[in-house]
Design a protein around this ligand. Structure first.
Ligand code: SPV
Ligand code: MN
Length: 620
């Protein structure tokens, strides 16, 4: 052994009796040269110690409310860094949609160079997690190595402990391995941001990530593991998806129905998972397998939420707002805080109370401050977030930790689309549902570094992580649904439709009604209007649901007609965009093209008969 370790920590490693674990620690310590190696197990003492060390090392600071802490990522480390994230493949291999690829040997050489001495003077933390409930056939094991106590503290909140699960691996190397270093720090944030690199190596199920802190770049278990899981799932017979899982209930709460949903970042995924009246299993990543009765079963691989805090207020997201303004263990990131430990973020609904100075992702901040590029620094970053445990929520679902997952009967797909899709529509078939998911488009948001507001295609809201050919991923999706005896219904949603004056056509809370309608459709409670783009709700049914769901929302026929009219030109233009994009994919499933062609033919025929904009009443 070439590194320093306490006897107690050495005993924890010995108890795992896993040669691969030992080898990885040995070679990582030899390269990174930490002051010592520290091993944490699943005990409450170790978990408490992680949080204390995040505070002691100034990676987090206490806030005035019990359990709340604040962490800051660097000014230039506020989102996932797509440009410097790459999958390592043999020379000549590429990935769909221009996902970054690097030649494996050269990239590994570069990475080991960056790792050389990177932990000098710091502790090399080794911590184990389970992706999914423990003792579950769905779950995978993760070994996280990092020099950041914020990273492991976040993972302690977001993931289930996995040290005991590693013991059960015995000597097998069936786990994902992650090496992370925040790199040299200045004022507690990564200094050498130009040397930020995130390399995914599917050949040995390892990821290396350096010179960053933002969770989407640094946390093993989040998007780094999702990429490896998608690779694994596509070689096996299951799905790894960027999806929430929640139970929706009818207004009389007489039954519950589990739904999943995929939305690109910043497009309402967490608020859909936390719709009033629902109970939540998870809001970000799910593993899906077939159940014993031929049903779709899903587990949340996480046990917490890393949610966007911007625009969370008592009116639009009452459940989330309540959850983050009460005492419990919460890590806030990149919002405005004051010397007395108060928290502020944009859109919190208290505009008049926002202080003119404080501390935020730019450091000491005053209203009107500009950055080096002359851009005014917002009070809180648009991708600032909160991290909390689902079990600390009042609306945690009773099956959130069920090792056999939950049976899913509905799937939502949505993007950020101002002019095309109707607010909710049921897909005509499983294949049509996969098409709807594959053709999600969204205006970009602040979660990804780079320009915001551009329309981007994001298949299943999962594209950034699909490190297998997109065509294979979609083919597996179609096959998976087709083999089920109880296949979920699929719904497209769109919360972002705007009228000609640029105003949103819907209130943010309207999504509750779309969920109520979809839940009812699963149980055949409502008739629907059959159209080429899918099955649409009837006005009378929505009216009753709006009246039942809200005290003061009068849903008018004019609103309905405006929202649910089929804007045929827009749909046709979207089909053209999709045809062009997917034509460059080899081996696309035939079903995709069949749906695309029939949509186009039917929409054209409808336009000839009824004009370019068709109200649902015309089709009823
Ligand atoms: C997302 O962007 O989809 C997130 C946050 O869930 S991140 O950790 O950046 O992936
Ligand atoms: Mn996500």
């Amino acid at each position: 052994m070439t590194y320093k370790i306490s006897d107690a920590d050495k005993a924890k490693l010995d108890a795992l009796a896993n040669p691969k674990v030992m080898q990885i620690i040995e070679e990582t310590a030899a390269a990174t040269k930490p002051a010592k190696v520290v091993i944490f197990d699943d005990s409450a003492e170790d978990t408490a110690r992680v949080r204390q060390l995040a505070l002691k090392n100034n990676e987090e600071k206490l806030l005035s409310m019990d359990g709340h802490t604040i962490h800051y990522d660097g000014y230039f480390d506020q989102g996932r860094d797509k440009a410097n994230t790459a999958t390592l493949l043999p020379a000549g291999q590429t990935l769909s949609r221009g996902l970054n690829v690097k030649e494996r040997d050269a990239a590994l050489e570069e990475m080991w160079g960056l790792l050389d001495g990177i932990m000098e003077g710091k502790e090399m933390i080794v911590r184990f997690y389970s992706l999914g409930p423990t003792n579950s056939r769905f779950s995978l094991s993760v070994m996280q190595i990092t020099d950041s106590y914020y990273v492991v503290h976040s993972e302690d909140v977001l993931y289930r402990p996995g040290y005991e699960q590693f013991k059960k691996l015995e000597d097998k190397d069936d786990f994902f391995c992650f090496r992370h270093s925040a790199g040299e720090l200045e004022n507690n944030v990564t200094k050498n941001i130009d040397k930020r690199r995130i390399y995914i190596n599917p050949a040995d199920n390892c990821v290396m990530s350096v010179n960053n802190q933002y969770a989407g770049n640094s946390l093993a278990c989040k998007k780094l593991a999702l990429r490896l899981a998608i690779n694994k799932a596509n070689k096996e017979d299951w799905l790894a998806e960027h999806m929430f899982i929640s139970a929706f209930y009818p207004l009389d709460e007489s039954r519950k129905t589990y739904f999943m949903g995929a939305y690109p970042s910043g497009c309402g995924k967490t608020s859909t998972a936390m719709i009033e009246g629902s109970t939540i299993v998870g809001d970000d990543i799910a593993y899906i397998r077939e159940g014993a009765e031929g049903e779709m079963r899903a587990v949340n691989i996480e046990r917490g939420i890393f949610g966007i805090i911007g625009d969370v207020n008592a009116k639009d997201d009452p459940l989330i707002y309540k959850a983050i303004t009460e005492p419990k263990e919460i890590i806030f990131s990149n919002i405005l805080t004051t010397a007395d430990g108060k928290t502020y973020w944009s859109g919190m609904g208290k505009d008049t109370e926002i202080p003119e100075e404080g501390f935020n992702h730019s450091g000491a901040w005053k209203k009107g401050n500009e950055d080096d590029a002359g851009k005014e620094i917002p009070m809180s970053h648009p991708n600032s977030r909160f991290t909390l445990r689902i079990s600390d929520l009042e609306n945690a679902d009773e099956n959130a930790d069920n090792p056999d997952g939950v049976a899913v009967d509905g799937i939502f797909y949505g993007g950020r689309d101002s002019d095309t899709n109707v607010p909710v529509a049921e897909s005509l078939s499983w294949e049509h549902g996969v098409f709807v998911g594959a053709t999600i488009e969204s205006e970009t948001t602040a979660t990804i570094l780079g320009a915001v507001g551009q329309r981007k295609s994001s298949p299943m809201a999962n594209m950034d992580f699909v490190i297998v050919p997109l065509s294979r991923y979609l083919t597996n999706h179609i096959k998976f649904g087709n083999k089920l005896k109880r296949c979920p219904k699929v719904f497209s949603t769109n919360y972002f439709l705007k009228n000609e004056d640029g105003q949103y056509m819907n209130e943010k809370t309207d999504k509750r009604v779309w969920a109520l309608w979809a839940e009812g459709r699963v149980h055949d409670d409502y008739e629907a209007i059959s159209t080429p783009i899918g099955l649409l709700p009837k006005y009378e049914d929505l009216k009753v649901l709006f009246d039942g769901a809200f005290d003061d929302r009068d849903y008018t026929l004019e609103e309905y007609n405006e929202q649910f009219s089929i804007r045929i030109d827009k749909y046709l233009a979207k089909l053209d965009r999709m045809e062009e994009l997917f034509s460059s994919e080899e081996n696309m499933p035939e079903e995709f093209w069949t749906v695309l062609k029939s949509q186009r033919a039917e929409l054209k025929a409808l336009a000839e008969k009824s004009g370019a904009v068709v109200t649902p009443a015309t089709l009823a």
